[in-house]
Design a protein around this ligand. Structure first.
Ligand code: ATP
Length: 285
Protein backbone atom coordinates (compact mmCIF):
# COMPACT_ATOMS: atom_id res chain seq x y z
CA UNK A 1 0.00 0.00 0.00
CA UNK A 2 1.57 3.26 -1.09
CA UNK A 3 0.09 6.39 0.44
CA UNK A 4 -0.90 9.41 -1.59
CA UNK A 5 1.70 12.07 -0.99
CA UNK A 6 0.61 15.67 -1.60
CA UNK A 7 4.16 16.84 -0.91
CA UNK A 8 5.97 16.43 -4.19
CA UNK A 9 9.65 17.38 -3.98
CA UNK A 10 10.38 20.91 -5.12
CA UNK A 11 13.29 20.57 -7.51
CA UNK A 12 13.39 23.55 -9.79
CA UNK A 13 14.97 26.89 -9.15
CA UNK A 14 12.64 29.84 -8.51
CA UNK A 15 9.63 27.63 -7.86
CA UNK A 16 7.11 29.91 -6.21
CA UNK A 17 6.73 28.48 -2.73
CA UNK A 18 4.02 29.80 -0.44
CA UNK A 19 4.33 28.02 2.87
CA UNK A 20 1.11 29.43 4.28
CA UNK A 21 -0.80 27.92 1.40
CA UNK A 22 0.37 24.42 2.32
CA UNK A 23 -1.47 22.37 4.91
CA UNK A 24 0.53 21.24 7.94
CA UNK A 25 -2.00 18.45 8.58
CA UNK A 26 -2.09 14.91 7.21
CA UNK A 27 -4.31 14.50 4.16
CA UNK A 28 -7.94 13.46 4.69
CA UNK A 29 -8.32 9.74 5.12
CA UNK A 30 -4.84 9.23 6.51
CA UNK A 31 -4.84 7.64 9.93
CA UNK A 32 -2.14 7.07 12.48
CA UNK A 33 -2.53 3.31 12.19
CA UNK A 34 -2.15 3.37 8.38
CA UNK A 35 0.81 5.71 8.56
CA UNK A 36 2.61 3.61 11.16
CA UNK A 37 2.01 0.40 9.22
CA UNK A 38 3.42 1.94 6.06
CA UNK A 39 6.34 3.42 8.00
CA UNK A 40 7.30 -0.03 9.27
CA UNK A 41 7.39 -1.36 5.69
CA UNK A 42 9.50 1.58 4.52
CA UNK A 43 11.81 1.16 7.47
CA UNK A 44 12.70 -2.37 6.36
CA UNK A 45 13.20 -1.25 2.77
CA UNK A 46 15.40 1.61 3.92
CA UNK A 47 17.58 -0.80 5.86
CA UNK A 48 18.06 -2.95 2.74
CA UNK A 49 18.78 0.06 0.56
CA UNK A 50 21.36 1.29 3.05
CA UNK A 51 23.02 -2.11 3.05
CA UNK A 52 23.37 -2.10 -0.75
CA UNK A 53 24.62 1.50 -0.75
CA UNK A 54 27.15 0.70 1.97
CA UNK A 55 28.60 -2.19 0.01
CA UNK A 56 28.62 -0.49 -3.38
CA UNK A 57 30.31 2.72 -2.16
CA UNK A 58 29.09 4.71 -5.13
CA UNK A 59 26.70 7.10 -3.38
CA UNK A 60 26.02 8.64 -0.02
CA UNK A 61 22.96 10.38 1.44
CA UNK A 62 22.69 13.78 3.06
CA UNK A 63 19.40 14.51 4.83
CA UNK A 64 19.03 18.15 5.85
CA UNK A 65 16.34 18.84 8.43
CA UNK A 66 15.16 22.39 8.86
CA UNK A 67 12.15 23.77 10.70
CA UNK A 68 11.09 26.12 13.44
CA UNK A 69 11.62 25.29 17.11
CA UNK A 70 9.58 22.21 18.12
CA UNK A 71 8.97 21.28 14.46
CA UNK A 72 10.39 17.84 15.19
CA UNK A 73 13.88 17.76 13.74
CA UNK A 74 15.16 15.57 16.57
CA UNK A 75 12.14 13.27 16.51
CA UNK A 76 12.50 12.76 12.76
CA UNK A 77 16.16 11.88 13.14
CA UNK A 78 15.31 9.42 15.90
CA UNK A 79 12.75 7.65 13.71
CA UNK A 80 14.71 7.62 10.45
CA UNK A 81 18.02 6.70 12.09
CA UNK A 82 16.14 3.95 13.92
CA UNK A 83 15.64 2.23 10.54
CA UNK A 84 19.33 2.30 9.70
CA UNK A 85 22.40 0.32 10.61
CA UNK A 86 24.27 2.74 12.94
CA UNK A 87 27.55 1.62 11.35
CA UNK A 88 26.94 3.94 8.41
CA UNK A 89 25.15 6.90 9.99
CA UNK A 90 26.29 10.22 11.40
CA UNK A 91 24.12 12.88 13.01
CA UNK A 92 25.28 16.49 13.30
CA UNK A 93 23.48 19.40 14.99
CA UNK A 94 24.45 22.91 13.98
CA UNK A 95 24.03 25.51 16.73
CA UNK A 96 25.33 29.04 17.12
CA UNK A 97 28.77 29.04 15.44
CA UNK A 98 31.81 28.98 17.68
CA UNK A 99 34.49 31.65 17.32
CA UNK A 100 36.58 29.30 15.22
CA UNK A 101 33.62 28.52 12.97
CA UNK A 102 32.76 32.19 12.58
CA UNK A 103 36.30 32.93 11.53
CA UNK A 104 35.92 30.57 8.56
CA UNK A 105 33.52 30.73 5.64
CA UNK A 106 30.00 29.54 6.52
CA UNK A 107 30.38 26.20 4.73
CA UNK A 108 33.58 25.21 6.50
CA UNK A 109 31.90 23.62 9.50
CA UNK A 110 29.34 21.90 7.30
CA UNK A 111 31.54 20.40 4.62
CA UNK A 112 33.51 18.27 7.02
CA UNK A 113 30.34 16.52 8.20
CA UNK A 114 29.09 15.56 4.73
CA UNK A 115 28.87 11.80 4.21
CA UNK A 116 31.60 9.68 2.69
CA UNK A 117 30.54 7.17 0.05
CA UNK A 118 28.32 4.45 1.47
CA UNK A 119 27.20 6.55 4.43
CA UNK A 120 24.20 8.52 5.63
CA UNK A 121 24.57 11.96 7.22
CA UNK A 122 21.63 13.51 9.04
CA UNK A 123 21.78 17.25 9.72
CA UNK A 124 19.75 18.87 12.48
CA UNK A 125 19.86 22.44 11.11
CA UNK A 126 22.55 23.15 8.57
CA UNK A 127 24.17 25.71 6.28
CA UNK A 128 20.63 27.03 5.73
CA UNK A 129 20.76 28.77 9.11
CA UNK A 130 23.12 31.19 7.40
CA UNK A 131 20.26 32.45 5.22
CA UNK A 132 17.56 32.02 7.90
CA UNK A 133 18.46 33.11 11.44
CA UNK A 134 21.27 35.25 10.05
CA UNK A 135 18.84 37.06 7.76
CA UNK A 136 16.01 37.41 10.30
CA UNK A 137 18.31 38.77 13.00
CA UNK A 138 20.60 40.82 10.76
CA UNK A 139 23.64 38.87 11.89
CA UNK A 140 25.40 39.64 8.62
CA UNK A 141 24.96 42.35 5.97
CA UNK A 142 22.24 41.63 3.41
CA UNK A 143 24.77 41.65 0.58
CA UNK A 144 26.68 38.86 2.29
CA UNK A 145 23.81 36.48 3.05
CA UNK A 146 22.25 37.07 -0.36
CA UNK A 147 25.39 35.73 -2.02
CA UNK A 148 25.08 32.58 0.04
CA UNK A 149 22.21 31.16 -2.05
CA UNK A 150 24.65 30.86 -4.95
CA UNK A 151 27.33 29.35 -2.71
CA UNK A 152 24.81 26.83 -1.39
CA UNK A 153 23.71 25.88 -4.92
CA UNK A 154 27.33 25.33 -5.95
CA UNK A 155 28.14 23.43 -2.76
CA UNK A 156 25.21 21.05 -3.15
CA UNK A 157 25.99 20.59 -6.86
CA UNK A 158 29.53 19.61 -5.87
CA UNK A 159 28.24 17.08 -3.34
CA UNK A 160 25.87 15.62 -5.92
CA UNK A 161 28.66 15.38 -8.48
CA UNK A 162 30.53 13.27 -5.96
CA UNK A 163 27.56 10.91 -5.65
CA UNK A 164 25.78 12.40 -2.64
CA UNK A 165 22.00 12.17 -2.74
CA UNK A 166 20.96 15.46 -1.14
CA UNK A 167 17.46 15.66 0.38
CA UNK A 168 16.28 18.78 2.19
CA UNK A 169 13.25 18.93 4.43
CA UNK A 170 11.26 21.80 5.81
CA UNK A 171 9.18 20.46 8.70
CA UNK A 172 6.08 22.61 8.44
CA UNK A 173 4.10 23.26 11.62
CA UNK A 174 1.52 25.95 12.34
CA UNK A 175 1.94 28.73 14.88
CA UNK A 176 -0.83 27.24 17.02
CA UNK A 177 0.77 23.81 16.97
CA UNK A 178 4.08 25.32 18.06
CA UNK A 179 2.41 27.11 20.96
CA UNK A 180 0.78 23.87 22.08
CA UNK A 181 4.10 22.01 21.91
CA UNK A 182 5.91 24.69 23.88
CA UNK A 183 3.24 24.68 26.59
CA UNK A 184 3.28 20.89 26.67
CA UNK A 185 7.05 20.95 27.10
CA UNK A 186 6.60 23.22 30.10
CA UNK A 187 4.04 20.94 31.74
CA UNK A 188 6.00 17.72 31.34
CA UNK A 189 8.88 17.30 33.77
CA UNK A 190 10.56 14.93 31.29
CA UNK A 191 10.74 17.60 28.58
CA UNK A 192 11.02 20.78 30.65
CA UNK A 193 14.79 20.66 30.36
CA UNK A 194 14.35 21.76 26.75
CA UNK A 195 12.70 25.06 27.77
CA UNK A 196 14.34 28.11 26.31
CA UNK A 197 12.81 31.61 26.43
CA UNK A 198 14.34 32.14 23.02
CA UNK A 199 11.79 29.76 21.51
CA UNK A 200 9.03 32.16 22.60
CA UNK A 201 11.01 35.20 21.42
CA UNK A 202 11.49 33.66 17.98
CA UNK A 203 7.70 33.46 17.58
CA UNK A 204 7.68 37.25 17.21
CA UNK A 205 9.57 36.73 13.95
CA UNK A 206 7.25 34.07 12.56
CA UNK A 207 6.47 35.88 9.29
CA UNK A 208 10.08 36.90 8.72
CA UNK A 209 11.11 33.26 9.06
CA UNK A 210 8.35 32.28 6.65
CA UNK A 211 9.73 34.71 4.05
CA UNK A 212 13.30 33.53 4.70
CA UNK A 213 12.30 29.87 4.28
CA UNK A 214 10.36 30.61 1.09
CA UNK A 215 13.41 32.30 -0.42
CA UNK A 216 15.81 29.61 0.78
CA UNK A 217 13.64 26.89 -0.74
CA UNK A 218 12.96 28.59 -4.04
CA UNK A 219 16.54 29.77 -4.53
CA UNK A 220 18.22 26.43 -3.83
CA UNK A 221 15.82 23.75 -5.08
CA UNK A 222 17.42 21.58 -7.76
CA UNK A 223 16.84 18.13 -9.26
CA UNK A 224 19.95 16.90 -7.42
CA UNK A 225 18.99 18.69 -4.16
CA UNK A 226 15.20 18.88 -3.83
CA UNK A 227 13.25 20.40 -0.96
CA UNK A 228 10.35 18.52 0.54
CA UNK A 229 7.84 20.48 2.57
CA UNK A 230 6.60 18.11 5.22
CA UNK A 231 3.21 18.60 6.86
CA UNK A 232 4.47 18.15 10.41
CA UNK A 233 1.61 18.94 12.78
CA UNK A 234 1.22 15.16 13.25
CA UNK A 235 4.43 13.43 14.17
CA UNK A 236 3.38 10.08 12.69
CA UNK A 237 2.60 11.66 9.31
CA UNK A 238 5.83 13.68 9.37
CA UNK A 239 7.85 10.49 9.89
CA UNK A 240 6.03 8.77 7.08
CA UNK A 241 6.59 11.58 4.57
CA UNK A 242 10.29 11.77 5.32
CA UNK A 243 10.78 8.00 5.16
CA UNK A 244 8.73 7.68 1.96
CA UNK A 245 10.72 10.37 0.18
CA UNK A 246 14.11 8.98 1.24
CA UNK A 247 13.15 5.51 0.07
CA UNK A 248 11.81 6.96 -3.22
CA UNK A 249 15.08 8.74 -3.87
CA UNK A 250 17.22 5.72 -3.02
CA UNK A 251 15.16 3.19 -4.97
CA UNK A 252 16.29 4.85 -8.22
CA UNK A 253 19.85 3.78 -7.41
CA UNK A 254 19.19 0.26 -6.15
CA UNK A 255 19.75 -1.50 -9.49
CA UNK A 256 23.03 0.30 -9.97
CA UNK A 257 24.22 -0.68 -6.48
CA UNK A 258 23.20 -4.29 -7.04
CA UNK A 259 25.09 -4.29 -10.33
CA UNK A 260 28.19 -2.90 -8.62
CA UNK A 261 27.88 -5.48 -5.85
CA UNK A 262 27.54 -8.25 -8.42
CA UNK A 263 30.70 -7.11 -10.20
CA UNK A 264 32.50 -6.85 -6.87
CA UNK A 265 31.31 -10.36 -6.06
CA UNK A 266 32.60 -11.68 -9.41
CA UNK A 267 35.97 -10.01 -8.87
CA UNK A 268 36.10 -11.40 -5.32
CA UNK A 269 35.36 -14.95 -6.53
CA UNK A 270 37.93 -14.67 -9.32
CA UNK A 271 40.53 -13.48 -6.81
CA UNK A 272 39.75 -16.37 -4.51
CA UNK A 273 39.88 -18.89 -7.37
CA UNK A 274 43.29 -17.56 -8.45
CA UNK A 275 44.52 -17.80 -4.87
CA UNK A 276 43.31 -21.39 -4.53
CA UNK A 277 44.80 -22.52 -7.83
CA UNK A 278 48.08 -20.91 -6.76
CA UNK A 279 48.03 -23.00 -3.57
CA UNK A 280 47.26 -26.16 -5.57
CA UNK A 281 50.20 -25.50 -7.89
CA UNK A 282 52.49 -24.97 -4.93
CA UNK A 283 51.41 -28.16 -3.15
CA UNK A 284 51.59 -30.17 -6.42
CA UNK A 285 55.08 -28.80 -7.21
P1 ATP B 1 17.01 22.54 18.08
O1 ATP B 1 18.08 22.87 17.07
O2 ATP B 1 16.64 21.10 18.03
O3 ATP B 1 15.82 23.46 18.00
P2 ATP B 1 18.19 23.93 20.28
O4 ATP B 1 17.43 25.14 19.98
O5 ATP B 1 18.37 23.53 21.70
O6 ATP B 1 17.60 22.68 19.52
P3 ATP B 1 21.00 24.50 19.91
O7 ATP B 1 21.96 23.47 19.47
O8 ATP B 1 21.11 25.05 21.27
O9 ATP B 1 19.58 23.96 19.54
O10 ATP B 1 21.17 25.72 18.88
C1 ATP B 1 20.34 25.98 17.90
C2 ATP B 1 20.38 27.49 17.73
O11 ATP B 1 21.53 27.83 16.99
C3 ATP B 1 19.17 27.98 16.96
O12 ATP B 1 18.60 29.08 17.62
C4 ATP B 1 19.77 28.39 15.64
O13 ATP B 1 19.09 29.43 15.00
C5 ATP B 1 21.18 28.80 16.04
N1 ATP B 1 22.09 28.74 14.89
C6 ATP B 1 22.37 27.70 14.10
N2 ATP B 1 23.20 28.05 13.12
C7 ATP B 1 23.45 29.35 13.26
C8 ATP B 1 24.21 30.29 12.54
N3 ATP B 1 24.91 29.94 11.45
N4 ATP B 1 24.26 31.56 12.98
C9 ATP B 1 23.58 31.92 14.09
N5 ATP B 1 22.82 31.09 14.82
C10 ATP B 1 22.75 29.82 14.41
Amino acid sequence: MKTNMPNTPINTLDSKVRINGISAEPPKGMTKARAEKRFAVLCRELFELQDAMWGARVNSVLVVLQGRDTAGKDGTIKHVAGCLNPRGVSVTSFGVPTTEEREHDFLWRVHKHTPRRGEFALFNRSHYEDVLVVRVHNLAPKKLWQQRYGHIRDFEALLAEHGTIVLKYFLHITRDEQKERLLEREKESKTAWKLNPNDWKERDHWDEYTAAYEDAISKTAAPHAPWIIVPANSKWYRNLVVAESIVDALRDHHKNWDKTLEEMGKAGRAGLAAYRSGIKRKTAG
